[in-house]
Design a protein around this ligand. Structure first.
Ligand SMILES: [Zn+2]
Length: 242
């Protein structure tokens, strides 16, 4: 069952919903015709059938990206859905537009502006270095200026995200030594959550929810690191009128 990570009543009068699919909701690796992946319609319909208790807008209002570990944010305007443009964050002020990010270890994040806008962000180690959170936050501020809060979905934990010492150096230079963790077998690892938290603090974005599940440890989630799967869970978020 999809888990609701946040139901937030905003100063603007909107309600922001943020939810996360699980393996049981089906593969959410979405593509267009050329990628031979599931269509957004198939994926969203199977998810909605399993989660009838949630009032999720119908599939023609779902947007997805071709995620490239960059920092580009794409706007979703009225009367449109984004179907596979390259980017790593989606932003909207429109009610009833479902923004999605597909992951299997990378950190899925939602940013919410209290003045009526939401963003979803795909943040792996490359995206974090490329400034994807900062870029999405800036775009959100442009659309609805004001306080922002963040929700972090399940991602690979430092328990499982082994990294070579040399590869960790670039992260230490950028974010400090707290980003080095230890795996269950005591090898050095990268702590993605710590990096995200440092960036949010720097941008004065309040963190209102963290799902600490490790996608590699927890069988409820797909994990690329664990078994090179091409399957994905998705974080999905939308605005509702109060
Ligand atoms: Zn783990």
């Amino acid at each position: 069952m999809a888990q609701v990570l946040a139901e937030r009543h905003l100063a603007s009068g909107h309600v922001a919903w943020v939810a996360m699919s699980e393996v049981i909701d089906g593969d959410m690796a979405i593509g267009n015709l050329s990628t031979r992946k599931k269509s957004i319609q198939e994926a969203s319909q199977s998810l909605m059938e399993r989660n009838a208790g949630l009032t999720i807008p119908s599939s023609q209002h779902w947007s997805f990206l071709t995620q490239v570990h960059g920092e580009r944010s794409i706007q979703v305007e009225a009367n449109e859905a984004i179907t596979g443009l390259e980017g790593d964050a989606l932003v909207t002020t429109q009610v009833g537009k479902v923004l999605t990010i597909q992951v299997a270890d990378c950190v899925p994040i939602s940013l919410i502006s209290e003045n009526g806008a939401i963003a979803v962000v795909h943040a792996g180690w490359r995206g974090l270095i490329n400034g994807v959170i900062e870029s999405a936050s800036q775009e959100l501020e442009r659309k609805a200026s004001g306080n922002q809060v963040a929700i972090i979905g399940p991602h690979i934990g430092s328990c499982c995200y082994e990294f070579g010492r040399q590869d960790l150096e670039q992260f230490v230079k950028l974010f400090g030594s707290l980003v080095i963790g230890n795996t269950n077998s005591s090898s050095p690892s990268l702590n993605l959550l710590t990096i995200v938290q440092l960036i949010l603090r720097k941008k004065s974005i309040g963190l209102i929810h963290v799902d600490n599940s490790c996608t590699s440890c927890d069988p409820k989630f797909w994990s690329y690191r664990a078994n090179r799967t091409q399957k994905r869970q998705c974080l999905f978020a939308w605005l509702e009128k109060n």
